[in-house]
Design a protein around this ligand. Structure first.
Ligand SMILES: [Zn+2]
Length: 317
């Protein structure tokens, strides 16, 4: 499993759910890309504006209004640009999509088609050779949702994105499947020090979690190589991993993962989810939180009755 072999003709597109993910997840990779002379684009999907505790602490006010959040978003954008300068990526093509912080899962479930279309347009327009994005096994729901969106885009039938090499990263949590298969990006001490300085640009985030944030500079940067769908299907080790056939409906699993059930004639007969970028059939589905007759319903389904697949079908048509 090779790591990104970046050269001057490479075009590296990084998706960051929030300002700070560029440094925490890819501080070394971006330095390598700069050194190789590769073209770099960083897409910040949210501005990280829904981050009330540090903001309350800094402003010494309990109540925050939309204007406060707007100010916070601006601050976090500036911090991200400063971090990119430290990493040597000042000339990177940077975009801020301004999607709702803490709201990407809702967007995935309620407005999937237009969100995916926007991401697709962005990717096709910039034409990357390598895309690095959050893994679906990340514990943070924005990271996970973005991972699912990109998984859907790249695994869609007739996808024209198969030539692009994909990599995923985890910022939150230690998913065993990811850790087993991911590779460490080699790093020099000098690069780790630069990464630490880049992380330090995010003063708003260091305020309450200084030690945790700076610890990212000391740990290895891990990336998982995600093979194109057809390679995954031919790979014996992933023999049971494939795109779910037929019409799919969505549900939110009790662990927060988004799953798709495949409709039979009268009920959902099998259930799949994306693990490390590829579809995986769930051997046993026991509990769901919320069922989905229409994707928009899932966003409001947290209080829905927990259903047992063993005792009754979770979807009747
Ligand atoms: Zn993040």
């Amino acid at each position: 499993m090779p790591l990104p072999l970046l050269k001057s003709s490479s075009r590296l597109l990084m998706f960051a759910p929030h300002p700070d993910d560029e440094s925490l997840a890819c501080g070394i990779l971006l330095q390598n890309a700069v050194q190789a002379g590769a073209s770099i684009s960083v897409v910040y999907v949210t501005d990280g504006e829904n981050n009330p505790w540090p903001q309350r602490c800094l402003s010494r006010r309990w109540r925050l209004n939309p204007a406060d959040r707007h100010k916070w978003a601006k601050l976090r954008r500036q911090e991200a640009l400063a971090a990119l300068r430290v990493l040597g990526a000042a000339s990177a093509d940077v975009r801020f999509l301004g999607w709702p912080d803490q709201g990407l899962a809702g967007l995935l479930l309620s407005d999937r088609a237009s969100s995916l279309a926007r991401l697709r347009h962005l990717i096709v327009e910039w034409s990357p050779t390598d895309v690095v994005a959050p893994d679906v096994a990340d514990r943070h729901r924005d990271h996970r949702a973005l991972g699912v969106m990109l998984g859907l885009l790249f695994s869609g039938s007739g996808s024209d994105l198969h030539q692009i090499q994909r990599w995923s990263y985890i910022v939150h949590g230690r998913a065993p499947g990811f850790l087993r298969n991911a590779r460490a990006v080699p790093q020099m001490r000098r690069q780790a020090e630069t990464k630490r300085r880049a992380i330090s640009c995010h003063q708003s985030q260091l305020m309450l979690s200084r030690r945790r944030f700076l610890s990212y500079a000391a740990r290895s940067e891990l990336l998982l190589d995600i093979p194109p769908q057809e390679v995954a299907q031919k790979d014996r080790a992933r023999a049971r991993v494939m795109k779910p056939p037929g019409e799919a409906r969505m549900a939110v699993l009790h662990d927060g993962m988004v799953a798709w059930g495949v409709s039979g004639r009268r009920r959902i007969r099998s259930c799949w989810r994306i693990v490390n970028g590829v579809w995986q059939r769930l051997a046993r589905v026991t509990r769901f939180i919320g069922i989905c007759r229409h994707p928009a319903e899932v966003a409001n389904s947290r209080s829905a009755e927990t259903l047992s697949y063993a005792s009754k079908p979770w979807q009747k048509q």
